[in-house]
Design a protein around this ligand. Structure first.
Ligand SMILES: [Zn+2]
Length: 430
């Protein structure tokens, strides 16, 4: 580097820093390799417990290459064989947390982080560029998904504990909001075989990811508007049936203080499965149709009846919006019934809208909800859907399996709920 600097008259800083980092990584790798093999291979005697209650016999020492955040290292490990299980046992791999993988925990953690944040190939490039760690795209995918599975395993334990009454939250919250929504995730063809698309046209290309945002509210601002407690939002999400998702939502609600909450509010877009979950798991909760969703229904209908860009559509929607904001749902419905569309499909849309507003009338008493100091639409769940699902899973060209999508959803929910560290600690402790 010195000679090169003399030749060109100055030092190439970028080339130098990167070259030095690379050699530091190599040097560090050598030190780490020595450290890892200082035990001579982790011999535990001629016989050990295989972990399933049998005796495993020492066979020999085996080397494995493990990629660490410094460099690839060779690790010498005592290999035992269990005749009853018909498999090998390597206690040292368990201790080092490298069982069944050739990536160190530090590298896997990085792969999990980038895989949760961006497309796997982008993640691979970031690892190379930022950390000098070179892996294949497929490896980022596999490791990130495996970590997502582990996060989900912890979540399942929590769910069992919650249902068994063993999960206790010590926080007491005035108002606990449970906002629920669904959004389509593009799937590989085999995941949608036999499933009808939206409105019954053709085969579905997506599966619905269900997302729940939980947050608390303690105070009102000077104008009397509710204020979301800072950093109080946590997320759960998965592609699964409403029944399973209901249990997921319930467990998270318990963890967040459901049993000690003074008021529980379920916010949703009006989809029947959401109110099914509310009735089953959160009886007594105040049910509110997210105001922005309800407004959207009005705007969509107005465009359909009067034409997309017409002033009449705007006028009609504005009038209904006022009635809606006041919680006067009966007037909204009456106005819809006065519409006399000629085209059959528009008549059908009006009929559907009438049914939607009638069914959800008690969930749209916005004036009353506001006077109680409640959120009537938060945007939190919308934003959550966009951040957790949209930004990562709905990029152009992406096609997911249910398993892959759910693993990444688990990782992202953990990350955005501020629980990434907690899960990481839990897995290395377990
Ligand atoms: Zn065994």
């Amino acid at each position: 580097m010195l000679r090169d600097g003399q030749r060109r008259g100055h030092l190439d800083l970028e080339a130098s820093e990167l070259a030095i980092r690379a050699s530091m990584h190599q040097l560090g790798g050598m030190v780490l390799e020595k450290l890892l093999n200082a035990d001579g291979g982790g011999y535990r005697g001629a016989r050990i417990d295989c972990g399933q209650g049998h005796e495993a016999e020492f066979v020999d020492y085996r080397r494995k290459e493990v990629l660490t955040v410094l460099a690839p290292v060779q690790v010498q490990r005592a290999y035992y064989s269990c005749a009853d299980c018909g498999g090998g046992v390597i206690p040292k791999d368990q201790e080092l947390d490298i069982a069944g993988t050739s990536f160190s925990p530090g590298v896997r953690r990085m792969m999990g982080r980038v895989g949760a944040k961006e497309a796997f190939d982008e993640g691979r490039r970031d690892l190379h560029e930022l950390a000098g760690v070179v892996v294949r795209t497929k490896a980022v995918e596999r490791v990130a998904e495996a970590l997502g599975d582990e996060v989900e395993a912890v979540a399942i334990q929590e769910r069992h504990a919650a249902l068994a009454g063993k999960l206790v939250s010590l926080t007491s919250v005035p108002k606990l909001y449970l906002a629920i929504d669904g959004t389509g995730v593009p799937m590989v063809p085999r995941e949608t075989v036999g499933r009808q698309g939206k409105e019954g046209t053709g085969t579905a290309k997506t599966r619905e990811a269900k997302l729940g945002c939980l947050f608390t509210q303690t105070r009102l601002d000077e104008r009397g508007h509710p204020v979301r407690d800072e950093a109080s939002t946590t997320y759960v999400g998965a592609i699964e049936t409403a029944e399973v998702f209901g249990g997921r939502m319930y467990a998270e609600a318990v963890r967040r203080g459901l049993l000690r909450a003074e008021q529980v509010i379920v916010l949703g877009d009006g989809a029947p499965w959401i109110w099914g979950i509310a009735d089953e798991h959160f009886p007594g909760a105040i049910q509110i149709v997210d105001l922005y969703h309800a407004r959207e229904h009005l705007a969509d209908l107005a465009k359909l009846v009067y034409g997309p860009a017409s002033a009449a559509a705007k006028d009609w929607a504005a009038g209904r919006r006022e009635e809606l904001d006041a919680g006067e749902v009966e007037q909204v419905v009456a106005a819809m019934r006065r519409l006399r569309p000629r085209r059959t499909e528009v008549r059908e849309a009006v009929r559907k809208a009438v049914s939607y507003f009638k069914t959800n009338a008690e969930r749209m008493r916005y004036a009353r909800f506001r006077s109680q100091g409640l959120f009537v639409g938060s945007g939190v769940v919308e934003a959550g859907c966009k951040t957790i699902v949209g930004l990562r899973l709905k990029q152009s060209g992406m096609r997911w399996t249910v398993r892959g999508a759910n693993a990444i959803l688990a990782l992202r929910c953990a990350e955005l709920s501020g629980r990434w560290e907690e899960f990481w600690e839990a897995r290395s402790a377990g």
